[in-house]
Design a protein around this ligand. Structure first.
Ligand SMILES: [Zn+2]
Length: 495
């Protein structure tokens, strides 16, 4: 009965006899052209399903006995049955104006209606032109691109680059018992090639993409439990930001881990000059190298007596150590603070006071002169041209600085040192200054250089010869280190 009806219908169409010979397929993705078979002598163009499968390179399932063909387009199934005007896409039914026709061991469908349905469902990047019977395959316009995963102390942030403003109701997220976290975006089209390149980290073990009818589902396989999740789309960048909060106990553990990384457990004390390099020498013969070694040792013994901090001396006796080697020693010992202690000199014998320097291009002529004086220590070094050839002027010192990330902390350390020394000493507080000191270059930790006083000033030379005075300086530096350590570890615990 069914078969008879079909034969009659086919015969009717054939007898009307209008036709196009083929549908031209323009593939803009790979810039190729092809022809798609059509039924001859039909009033509307009927296209071959098997040939369409070939043109689209899709998998086909065929049941010739039941006159059924299934096209697999991506994750979608398009079921076509001969003799009916219904096609089934996934679980939805669509109607075409005339039934599918069997011919040449194949099934044919009215092309315009069929392609319009495909365009509205599973093939949004195709367009059918009924005037010249052409099918255009366009590159898919993705509106969701790469995914970035950021691991934070108390959770993980997923950043999804998007190029479309989605409505709130178009996005939904849920965590499944099976360990997958799903984010569904209606109207989303994903560049799966970019998404599979996601650099997974934190609790994200795997990422997968599933195209849904009219949207997309991004799935994230989680390594561990999460406390809760939230997401929003950034109004300016259109980025979709998902936050997965780690359970509280886990984040406490992680905070502890981070804290221990940043804990100030090692302080590197650098006494300027030494050995064949005496540093500056006062009118009464007081040598900078001797004064500063004594101060540094007093600071070190206060730290050892009162804290668990490990103290590293770049030198603990009267030996010569090149400037470049001092920051290297600090790095190798995992120092968390580097302080270099010096005494100053000036042609102006009335100049006096204490100051702390940061490594930055010198702002004032005075600061530049201090740096020039301290940097001159390299004249005692052999093969120095190799070590400092990139550091010939202050601008270049900055360029090679790997330490700008420590600048803020160096600033607060320097400020603290000035505050504490001011409490101990009656000589003038010359403040925090900046200049390019070779000895600080390359120290991967907060670092400062202290000029404790002027050996060129008769009063200060006399004071610096006194053990009591040097102890006062050491007390001030020690307290500044303790205050800095406390404040920094507090900030880390909060962060
Ligand atoms: Zn010096």
């Amino acid at each position: 009965m069914k078969l008879i009806r079909k034969i009659i219908f086919t015969a009717l169409i054939l007898s009307l006899g209008f036709a196009t010979t083929a549908i031209k397929v323009v593939n803009q993705v790979n810039n190729s052209e092809d022809l798609l078979k059509v039924l001859e002598k039909t009033p509307v163009t009927y296209c071959s399903i098997k040939d369409l499968a070939r043109v689209l390179s899709t998998n086909v399932y065929e049941n010739s006995e039941r006159e059924k063909i299934v096209l697999y387009l991506g994750d979608h199934r398009v079921k076509i049955s001969a003799g009916t005007s219904f096609i089934l896409i996934d679980d939805a039914i669509y109607q075409i104006p005339a039934p599918a026709i069997t011919a040449h061991n194949d099934i044919y469908l009215p092309s315009e209606a069929f392609f319009n349905i495909l365009n509205n469902t599973v093939l949004p990047s195709t367009a059918y032109n009924s005037t010249d019977n052409s099918l255009i395959i366009m590159p898919t316009a993705f509106n969701i691109h790469a995914i970035q995963v950021e691991e934070k102390v108390n959770g993980t942030i997923i950043r999804i680059a998007a190029q479309k403003k989605f409505k709130k109701k178009e996005m939904s997220a849920f965590l499944h018992d099976n360990g997958w976290f799903y984010l569904t975006v209606q109207g989303g089209t994903v560049n799966a090639d970019e998404v599979v390149k996601t650099d997974t980290r934190g609790i994200i073990k795997d990422v997968s993409v599933e195209e849904l009818a009219g949207g997309v589902q991004l799935a994230f396989y989680l390594r561990s439990d999460i406390e809760r999740h939230e997401f929003y789309q950034n109004k300016e960048t259109d980025e979709i930001v998902v936050t997965l909060w780690a359970p509280l106990s886990k984040s406490v553990a992680r905070i502890k881990e981070v804290k221990s990384q940043w804990e100030i457990d090692t302080i590197v004390l650098d006494a300027g000059h030494g050995g064949k390099d005496p540093g500056t020498i006062g009118h009464n013969g007081t040598k900078e190298k001797t004064v500063v070694l004594d101060i540094v040792k007093r600071v070190g013994s206060l730290l050892r007596k009162n804290t668990n901090v490990k103290v590293v001396y770049t030198r603990d006796e009267d030996v010569f150590i090149p400037l470049w080697e001092r920051a290297k020693m600090a790095n190798e010992n995992n120092g968390k603070i580097f302080i270099s202690v010096h005494a100053n000199a000036s042609r102006d014998r009335s100049a006096q006071g204490f100051e702390t320097f940061l490594l930055r291009p010198g702002k004032t002529q005075d600061a530049i002169e201090v740096a020039a004086l301290e940097n001159a220590a390299i004249r005692y070094e052999e093969n120095r041209a190799d070590k400092y050839k990139d550091l010939t002027d202050e601008g270049q010192i900055l360029a090679t600085m790997a330490q700008s990330m420590f600048m803020k902390e160096s600033e607060s350390l320097a400020a603290q040192i000035q505050i504490e020394l001011d409490k101990e000493l009656s000589s003038p507080n010359r403040g925090v200054k900046q200049a390019g000191f070779y000895v600080l270059v390359g120290a991967s930790m907060p670092n400062v250089l202290i000029e404790v006083g002027f050996l060129s000033n008769p009063t200060e030379e006399k004071q610096l010869r006194s053990a009591q005075y040097r102890q006062k300086i050491a007390n001030g530096i020690y307290r500044a280190l303790i205050e800095f350590k406390k404040s920094r570890e507090f900030v880390m615990a909060e962060g």
